[in-house]
Design a protein around this ligand. Structure first.
Ligand SMILES: [Zn+2]
Length: 441
């Protein structure tokens, strides 16, 4: 069918929503005890694979089985998948922390060479992370081992059919929904994978469903370019800023960093004296700070979307190199993961609101001159300033980048460039064309 001009773009996006805290009831005494027994064996096996995937091999959810267990083959597969997921995120977090350590070490050596080192400062040290231990009872099951079936009986909403440790014997656990669960699930198709958690002696069920959100954006809706960064989490091409890492967050981070340094020093001291128990260098306040930064990012992105109800957005597909470059102003361990959180939030906000958001290439977006297209690191005399060395165009650096990103939304030639080099030569061609048009020497 031909698409009429001016017709809305209808492109569905799928998002997964969780419905948590559904209490599992014990219909007959001993029923959930069988689940407890199963969980015990399951977690022990899952732990074996977590350790294996963290220390021996890269995580692979479809790996052949290697450990012996009384669990069925199907349960065994579920354990491997869950363990692979846990090991993957542990490896990522450890990798980031190690990178941060290397950065801190580089900072330290640089300051040492310059003679600007604090008298108090110690060389940063790396303490190898422990492999994660599964302390909470959490089972991420799929339909091969746990099935949800509507109940004929009006007392309950569903039956949860769980394969047990005993061969071919199923546990039937009744599930009763609260009113707000029922509302949330009304008319939805529940996903077949479910999560079972035990907390303080009670078993809880988490269900999820996929929601399809139609993109409602008009095809001719104005494009707003978004540049993401540290000084400003979000800068739009119409010159608005949302959220910042500077100010309060940076103060908090400095305090936290000092605290960690003192702790590390104390640890070193105690270690020398042969103390058996050492204070942990993991910082609770550091974890809180990371959560806080994420909340601030979420708030900033939310506000940006709320203030541009009729727009569509263009934002950068951040590469590791771009993130490192952008995060230069940010002190060590807060960096890359938080920067990556910003585009994730943009994508999520667009999906749930049904707004068109296009990811564009990030190569040279902060170095390209929006007037003459000349791409050069020299156009950036400092973090905040853009000043073109050819045509003299001046702007706030983030704003110049946001305008470039806005234009890249419909720039097919640029989207087709296969790497940074190709982007640069395209921009140089455009620069030459600009020179000719304007009679530039
Ligand atoms: Zn220029």
């Amino acid at each position: 069918m031909k698409q009429k001009r001016g017709k809305k773009i209808v492109k569905p996006q799928t998002i997964t929503k969780a419905v948590t805290h559904i209490r599992m009831i014990e219909a007959n005494p001993g029923k959930l005890a069988a689940l407890d027994d199963l969980a015990l064996v399951y977690l022990a096996l899952c732990q074996e694979y977590v350790t294996f995937f963290c220390t021996e091999e890269l995580p692979d959810g479809f790996r052949d089985t290697i450990f012996v267990t009384p669990l069925s083959e199907r349960w065994h597969r579920v354990a491997i998948q869950q363990a692979a997921g846990i090991a993957r995120s542990w490896r990522t977090n450890r990798g980031n922390a190690y990178q941060d350590y290397l950065d801190e070490l580089a900072d330290y050596r640089e300051q040492h060479a310059e003679g600007t080192l604090d008298a108090e400062a110690n060389e940063p040290t790396w303490h190898e992370w422990d492999v994660p231990t599964l302390q909470q009872t959490c089972i991420q099951a799929n339909i091969n081992v746990v099935a949800l079936e509507p109940s004929e009986d009006s007392c309950f909403d569903y039956w949860l059919k769980i394969s047990s440790l005993e061969f071919r014997k199923l546990l039937f656990v009744p599930v009763k929904l609260a009113d707000y669960h029922r509302q949330a699930l009304e008319g939805k198709t529940i996903n077949t994978s479910v999560q079972l958690n035990k907390r303080d002696g009670t078993w809880w069920l988490t269900l999820s469903y996929d929601e399809v959100v139609l993109v409602q954006t008009e095809p001719d809706a104005p494009v707003v370019g978004i540049d993401v960064g540290i000084a400003n989490f979000v800068t739009t091409s119409n010159g608005k800023h949302y959220g910042t890492f500077h100010g309060k967050l940076r103060e908090r981070q400095k305090r936290d960093r000092e605290k960690r340094r003192r702790k590390a020093k104390l640890r070193q001291c105690l270690e020398k004296k042969g103390a058996k128990s050492l204070p942990s260098t993991r910082s609770k306040s550091g974890q809180r700070l990371i959560r806080h930064v994420r909340q601030e990012i979420n708030r900033a992105v939310n506000q940006c979307f709320a203030e541009h109800p009729a727009a569509q957005f263009a934002y950068e597909q951040l590469s590791v190199a771009t993130m490192k470059h952008k995060a230069r102003a940010m002190n060590a361990y807060m960096r890359a993961s938080n920067l990556a959180h910003i585009p994730e939030q943009i994508a999520w906000n667009a999906a749930k609101r049904g707004v068109q958001a296009t990811r564009v290439k990030s190569a040279y977006s902060s170095q390209e001159c929006q007037r003459c297209h000349y791409p050069d690191q020299a156009n950036r005399p400092d973090q905040q300033t853009f000043w073109c060395v050819v045509c003299g165009f001046q702007s706030h650096a983030d704003l110049n980048a946001a305008v470039n990103i806005e234009r890249r939304a419909g720039d097919i030639a640029l989207q087709l460039c296969k790497d940074r080099k190709a982007v640069k030569s395209l921009l140089m061609q455009r620069h030459e064309a600009w020179r000719k048009r304007h009679g530039w020497p």
